[in-house]
Write a protein that binds this ligand. Structure first.
Ligand SMILES: Cc1ncc(COP(=O)(O)O)c(C=O)c1O
Length: 472
């Protein structure tokens, strides 16, 4: 098979896949892990099969993948499929320029610089810079590493004793902060979880108390991580007030805006991140609400020199970095060596939409979140489980006479939802309560699809209460 013929066949499959987003079929494959393993041939051959069977393998893969481009996919904090970004992903793979040097990625470098600077402007870091990373988890880690270098200058080179260094996060922060604590060398136990108000926002007075307590115990506070859009409830910590507390104690403030950063496009909703310009660093995932394929995420820092110091290991790489391109090589601001061009897909999407298009998207998603909240509030067998700030809608099915174990009931409903393949949403906890968490982060979602979702949940809840078995 010739290259052109092969590529045409692949493109044809991609076009079919994109078109299938409107088809009413299962969102997830109808197979348990064991039967998937038995049914599919994924063995690696001694002698290669050649190009033709690759197309069969692709067909199998597409059939057995979760259809994240469907409106019914509302499980993690991302979904949908947008054509400019898809094109960027494909071309980035085909051209395979690596982002470490300008020499090896000339236009890619220009594009990433442009995006990082624009995102810095949007958060209010006029002299800031940053890098694209593998996600919010690594963005949080970079923020904490910068904080460590600031608190213990030279720790990048000499190492440090992290056993008494503490970082403060909201009790509802993402688990990547624990990972980062491990990697930067302070350990999980030096992550202090600060109490939240009843809407899931870190309380500045509680932060102040925790900092005082840590100092009294002989510990060394060095960093606060605020969350702009928590994973479960979509709560926004009060960044301005937290910045004041952090900076009064000389601590670095990192803002985890992996999920909620996109609010900055909307004149109506950007107030959620008021005070972000006072932060020292921010991470922001374009692969969440902005709908760009995984992975695409920016780490932004107010004073780029700290990030540059963290990446001082690059100064020994005479085989890669040279003096003449000192100010152009993005590898000097990254912990990665070979690095994909994740900027191209975001840039193309941004060029296609413009700032105004992103703003409309945010406002539309928020309006759809309002609509879903309204449907939940209107229904006597559903109840909201948290106030809403963002597009996370946390609710549960309730039993009118309150006799049922609501946690078990909602676990069963969510399991049946996944088994039926009709919708994919997440199951989470708020305190001791199990909630069904739905997020609007997918351009396919509409008022009609949300109505179908609510009807499906109510139907499944009614079935469980009546003792009916799951539908075959
Ligand atoms: C608030 C928050 N921060 C960080 C992350 C981690 O982001 P990533 O999956 O891009 O590493 C998530 C992921 O859901 C998140 O919700």
């Amino acid at each position: 098979m010739e290259a052109n013929e092969f590529l045409e066949a692949v493109t044809h499959r991609l076009a079919d896949y994109v078109a299938s987003r409107d088809r009413r079929e299962r969102v997830n494959p109808d197979m348990a892990p064991a039967s998937l393993r038995r049914t599919l041939d994924v063995q690696l051959p001694i002698e290669g099969h050649g190009l033709n069977p690759v197309l069969d393998d692709l067909d199998n893969y597409i059939t057995n993948s979760v259809k994240t481009h469907r409106a019914e996919f509302m499980n993690p904090l991302w979904g949908g499929l947008s054509l400019p970004a898809l094109a960027g992903e494909m071309v980035a793979a085909a051209t395979n320029n690596s982002m470490y040097t300008h020499e090896l990625s000339p236009m890619g470098t220009l594009i990433e610089q442009t995006l990082v600077r624009r995102m810095c402007d949007m958060v209010g870091f006029p002299d800031g810079f940053g890098t694209f990373t593998t996600g919010g988890s690594n963005g949080n880690m970079l923020g904490m590493l910068c904080a460590r270098e600031r608190a213990v200058p030279g720790s990048t080179k000499r190492g440090f004793d992290g056993s008494s260094m503490v970082v403060f996060v909201s009790a509802e922060a993402h688990y990547s902060v624990l990972m980062a604590a491990n990697v930067i060398g302070i350990g999980h136990m030096n992550v202090v979880k600060v109490g939240c108000d009843n809407e899931g926002r870190m309380r500045p007075e509680a932060l102040e108390d925790e900092i005082t307590r840590a100092i009294d115990q002989g510990l060394t506070p060095f960093c606060v991580v605020a969350t702009a859009g928590t994973t479960v409830r979509g709560a926004y910590d009060p960044i301005g007030a937290l910045a004041e507390v952090a900076h009064n104690s000389g601590l670095w403030l990192h803002v985890d805006a992996a999920w909620g950063g996109t609010c900055l496009f909307s004149t109506t909703h950007r107030r959620l991140m008021d005070g972000v310009e006072q932060a020292d660093s921010v991470c922001w995932d374009a692969h969440k609400m902005m709908g760009v394929p995984l992975v695409c995420s920016a780490f932004l820092v107010k004073e780029p020199a700290v990030l540059r110091t963290l990446c001082d290991h690059t100064s020994v790489a005479h085989y890669l970095f040279h003096e003449d391109a000192e100010n152009h090589d993005l590898g000097r601001y990254s912990l990665q060596c070979g690095r994909r061009n994740d900027a191209l897909k975001l840039w193309l999407e941004w060029r296609a939409r413009g700032d105004a298009g992103w703003a409309r998207m945010v406002d539309t998603y928020m309006a759809l979140g309002d609509h879903l909240e309204h449907l939940v509030n209107e229904h006597d067998r559903l109840e909201m489980m948290s106030a809403r700030s963002w597009t996370n809608v946390c609710f549960r099915y309730t039993h009118p006479d309150g006799l049922e174990n609501l946690n078990d009931l909602n676990v069963t409903i969510r399991n049946r939802l996944i088994q039926s393949g009709m919708f994919m949403v997440s199951r989470s906890n708020i305190g001791d309560d199990v909630v069904i968490r739905c997020v609007i982060s997918n351009a396919g979602v509409s008022e009609a699809s949300l109505q179908r979702f609510v009807d499906e949940v109510v139907q499944l809840g009614d079935d469980v209460i009546r003792g009916l078995p799951p539908k075959a």
